[in-house]
Design a binder for this molecule. Structure first.
Ligand SMILES: C[S@@+](CC[C@H](N)C(=O)[O-])C[C@H]1O[C@@H](n2cnc3c(N)ncnc32)[C@H](O)[C@@H]1O
Length: 178
């Protein structure tokens, strides 16, 4: 199940990037960065070592079901953001404004300003619930919060530069991650 979850996530990220013919499309669209792979190896180590010492929490079916639900909800939020933003979405932050870059404020972007980050956070927390990894659940939560806090500050500043008053208005009206 965890392998299937990872395959669906990474393959769909790559295929959507290819389908929208995004300007930053490359093998990096699989989203296997070093920090991410390191985090997943840590999760695997926690899982295997706790399973080996018969950690009691590894037997909670409720946690597995809740984790699967979070994975599903996270994927839906993330993919609806990727599809709604279309070619305006890019895995890397853009440094100059592209000519075809338009501000997206409809669909899921009407409800939350950074839906793909919200979806990814929910998805990754779900993976740790399925594995019943208490340490990585907390660690990944803290890492996501710090990483996205910094990234959102940079991205908001760039988008204010690109779209001026329209983005400032959007930023006032719509919360960052819910
Ligand atoms: C990884 S995507 C993340 C998009 C958004 N932060 C989210 O969580 O759905 C980053 C790229 O999307 C662009 N972007 C973010 N929000 C946007 C919006 N509302 N309209 C158009 N482009 C946006 C940024 O300029 C950046 O190049």
């Amino acid at each position: 199940m965890p392998a299937a979850t990872l395959t669906v996530f990474h393959l769909s990220e790559f295929l959507l990037s290819w389908a929208f013919k995004r300007s930053d499309f490359s093998r990096h669209a699989f989203l296997f960065s070093w920090p991410y792979c390191t985090a997943m190896v840590l999760a695997l180590i926690e899982y295997v070592s706790e399973k080996h010492i018969s950690w009691p929490s590894k037997q909670h079916q409720g946690a597995v079901h809740l984790g699967l639900l979070l994975i599903f909800i996270g994927e839906c939020i993330r993919k609806s953001a990727v599809i709604t933003a279309g070619r305006n979405f890019s895995h890397q932050l853009t440094h100059g404004q592209r000519l075809d870059h338009v501000l997206v404020t409809h669909g899921i972007y009407r409800v939350v300003r950074h839906p793909s980050y919200l979806g990814w956070t929910i998805w990754v927390m779900g993976t740790q619930l399925v594995l019943q990894n208490p340490c990585c659940f907390i660690l990944f939560g803290l890492l996501c919060r710090n990483f996205f806090k910094r990234r959102i500050a940079i991205e908001d500043a760039q988008l204010r530069q690109f779209f001026g008053a329209a983005y400032e208005r959007y930023q006032r009206q719509v919360p960052a991650m819910g």
